[in-house]
Design a protein around this ligand. Structure first.
Ligand code: SF4
Length: 343
């Protein structure tokens, strides 16, 4: 046994061997088009077969033991004029969320420093707006450039964007823009009426045109069918190119919102959705997003097995609860996973 082998911790060597030698080549590419029948067929696979396919895709492109930690801060909370049926920040729903003004740059920087110091590599700034007003843009640009200067990747989710707004964000140093499709087009009107699916696709087009990376996913457990979950994945996977970052949220039912009181989604169906996202978008960071607190360790572990490799880290997700950072660290340690480091 050579000296370097002796010095390499067993677990690291074992992982690197598996990572470097995927069992079967994965056929998905950024240019592959996914018909809905094929995506539905993935959902319908025997569970173990689907997880195996997801593992193959994951290991072909990522270290399967690495998880990205992103922290999300609500920089402008509540009072939103939109009617997204899942959202406690919509002004029209009585959810107890108190509307607040846009945070100061110093408040945002304080949260960003704390996120960085506790291990996050990406910092997402979310504002409860239909779209940013031009008068807010200067302040947002300042936040973005100063957060970036802390050595963090930057992401923002501010609603719909006009052309020049996407470009201004890019120029300020924004890495990612988050704008979710939420659900399949055929289910969309059950959830939102104040903006159209095409509005979302238009914003995503502007984001790409400005040279920003796209963070785009959806929410499951809103009463949609499996076929409609497949319809969401089809929309995401067929974006050309597909998003670099794909948050898959499990609906957190909040009292006062129209979607409160629905029958909960089977956790295994949620795991399947993660796995199908991984197979169809093999190079994307698939992010296990809202709803983790309700899942428990075992379901989260299955999600990592299904190819999730990014989580929101920090005890709050905009206005709903998230597992404590200390619990997340304990879970990652228990599973032998490690946090991604930014080079
Ligand atoms: S999801 Fe965003 S756009 Fe929709 S109501 Fe909530 S804050 Fe407004």
């Amino acid at each position: 046994m050579s000296r370097s082998e002796l010095e390499t911790p067993h677990i690291t060597k074992a992982h690197s061997l598996v990572f470097e030698a995927p069992v079967t080549p994965v056929t998905s590419t950024t240019t592959q088009t996914w018909p809905v029948e094929d995506v539905l067929a993935l959902f319908d696979l025997p569970f173990n077969e689907l997880i195996f396919r997801a593992q193959q895709a994951h290991r072909a492109h990522f270290d399967p033991t690495e998880v990205e930690l992103a922290t999300l801060l609500s920089i402008k909370t509540g009072g939103c004029e939109e009617d997204c049926g899942y959202c406690p920040q919509a002004a029209r729903y009585d959810t107890g969320v108190v509307a607040k003004k846009l945070l100061s740059t110093e408040e945002v920087l304080e949260a960003a420093r704390a996120a960085r110091d506790s291990g996050a590599t990406r910092f997402c700034m979310g504002a409860a707006w239909r779209e940013p007003k031009d008068r807010d843009m200067e302040k947002i640009e300042e936040m973005v450039s100063k957060v970036k200067a802390l050595g963090l990747e930057t992401c923002a989710t501010l609603g719909m964007l006009k052309n020049d707004q996407a470009q201004r964000l890019k120029n300020a140093g924004l890495d990612y823009y988050n704008h979710n499709l939420d659900t399949a087009p055929e289910f969309y009107n059950n959830v939102i009426s104040t903006r159209q699916y095409s509005d979302r696709l238009d914003t995503l087009g502007r984001v790409r045109e400005a040279g920003l990376k796209v963070c785009c996913g959806g929410i499951v457990g809103m009463g949609e069918s499996r076929g409609q979950r497949a319809g969401l994945i089809v929309q995401l996977a067929n974006l050309n190119p597909y998003p670099e970052s794909v948050p898959i949220n499990h609906l957190v039912q909040v009292e006062g919102t129209p979607l409160h009181g629905l029958a909960p989604l089977d956790p295994l169906e949620f795991v399947r959705t993660i796995a199908v996202a991984r197979v169809t978008m093999p190079k994307a960071r698939v992010r296990l997003s809202a709803g983790r607190r309700q899942m428990g360790d075992a379901v989260q572990a299955m999600c990592f097995l299904a190819g999730a490799n990014s989580i929101f880290y920090g005890d709050k997700l905009l206005t709903t609860g998230n597992p404590d950072a200390v619990d997340d660290r304990a879970l990652l340690a228990k599973l032998g996973l490690h946090a991604r480091e930014v080079a």
